[in-house]
Design a protein around this ligand. Structure first.
Ligand code: C5P
Length: 402
């Protein structure tokens, strides 16, 4: 959710400022663009160069740049930001923010910020418990500032009490959850199957296919970036997920995929079946490697695998949306329509192996979408799989609306 978000990280002068380095690193890693604004006191605790190296932007502390005389516009910064987080927020900075004392760049930026503002207080326990701090925090909360409560524990003074700044991971998670709640799929549970399945013949051999999982993983990341809670049931792939909103369940065979998908489908709002499930599995799996020299094996007896999409389609509840894929070599649209009906899908994404750049392994795809009850399919040009994932979810969202 933090990807491409513009975030102002305000750092005031407290010992917890060392944790701001880790917070900055996490925000940047999550794809955010971060502008650090420090109070003059904060520079006593941490070197601006550390922060500018990590954020790839000069740190702003003063109203004017000493060397160039350049004016740093707090107004422009305030307009640029999608969120501002002050961490650590000292008692003094909290007091200035509450009263509008604009005597440094951080507080001035706060006063110009139109975006949501978060603060992570950090101070000694007596300062934290002081009625002045309590009053100032109540004022800020009343002004709509989100307060990330400090923890109770050992403090830099050696005393134990309430005033430890929340851990950077948790602060990043609060920001992530905030943006997620604003996403178009916020609150939706999305199940996605992806990748191939492997059907074991013996301990070293399997029946599989060329699916890499790229399409399903792209849909999972896109759904997560729109605020959905995603369960990604994945066959064996070389891919990894980046969003913390994706819970990945690794499976190998079609039967394992069915089991995991059935469990997640129970409370899913949307299920997208992008896996290339093997149609057949060997009836028996040899316990030991089948020896080529000794074996008279010239055929393997196969049994049909369960159809996961059709199984879920048969037990679909009102309001659940089930999406399938049809990868075809010929008569793509006719076959797509037939699968849409037979598997009780709400929508099917058709792609044809006849189209250059579509199908397995590529970074691009060319799709058509057929929705139940819609005569005309939606046709899309060749795009990278990330853009295709966005098209698919845009269409799904139109089906979610009453
Ligand atoms: O019948 P076909 O394999 O072409 O159907 C493709 C669609 O059905 C895809 O959405 C695929 O994920 C799903 N499917 C499934 N279980 C199977 C076979 C296909 O979920 N055993």
């Amino acid at each position: 959710m933090l990807k491409d978000k513009h975030i102002i990280l305000g750092i005031s002068g407290g010992i917890a400022a060392y944790k701001s380095v880790v917070l900055l690193r996490q925000l940047v890693k999550a794809g955010a663009e971060v502008q650090v604004v420090m109070t003059p006191n904060a520079r006593e605790f941490i070197q601006p160069v550390t922060l500018s190296s990590l954020s790839q932007k000069p740190v702003v502390t003063e109203f004017f740049s000493a060397n160039t005389g350049e004016w740093h516009s707090h107004v422009a910064l305030g307009e640029w930001a999608d969120a501002m987080i002050v961490a650590p927020a000292t008692a003094s900075t909290i007091a200035k923010m509450a009263c509008g004392v604009a005597d440094n760049m951080l507080v001035t930026t706060y006063l110009s910020a139109r975006c949501p503002v978060f603060i992570a207080p950090a101070m000694d326990l007596d300062m934290m418990a002081h009625p002045t701090t309590t009053r100032n925090l109540a004022t800020l909360a009343g002004d709509g500032v989100h307060i990330i409560e400090p923890e109770t524990g050992e403090l830099a003074s050696g005393l134990t009490g309430r005033g430890r700044m929340e851990e950077p991971e948790k602060i990043a998670a609060v920001l992530d959850a905030f943006f997620a709640a604003e996403g178009s799929l916020a609150g939706k549970k999305v199940l996605i199957t992806a990748g191939p399945t492997y059907e074991r013949i013996d301990p070293v051999r399997f029946i599989g296919n060329f699916s890499t999982g790229k399409m399903g993983y792209a849909i999972a990341e896109e759904a997560a970036s729109r605020g959905a809670d995603v369960t990604l049931v994945s066959g064996p792939t070389a891919l990894s997920v980046t969003s913390p909103r994706i819970r990945r369940v690794d499976v190998e065979s079609a039967r394992q995929m069915l089991e995991a998908a059935e469990t997640a489908f129970a409370d899913a709002d949307i299920a997208i079946m992008s896996a290339a499930v093997a149609d057949y599995a060997p009836r028996v799996v040899a316990e030991k490697k089948i020896k080529r020299e000794k074996s008279d094996l010239d055929s393997i007896e196969l049994v049909k695998n369960p159809d996961i999409a059709a199984t879920l389609g048969a037990r679909k509840r009102d309001g659940q949306i089930l999406v399938g894929f049809a990868l075809e070599t010929d008569h793509a649209m006719a076959n797509g329509r037939e699968k849409l009906a037979r598997k009780n899908l709400d929508m099917i994404v058709v792609n044809s192996l006849a189209d250059k750049g579509a199908g397995f392994g590529t970074d691009t795809n060319k799709i058509s979408i057929i929705a139940a009850g819609h005569e005309t399919p939606a046709e899309y040009p060749l795009k990278d799989k990330k853009a295709v994932a966005a098209d698919i979810l845009d269409y799904v969202e139109t089906l979610c609306r009453p």
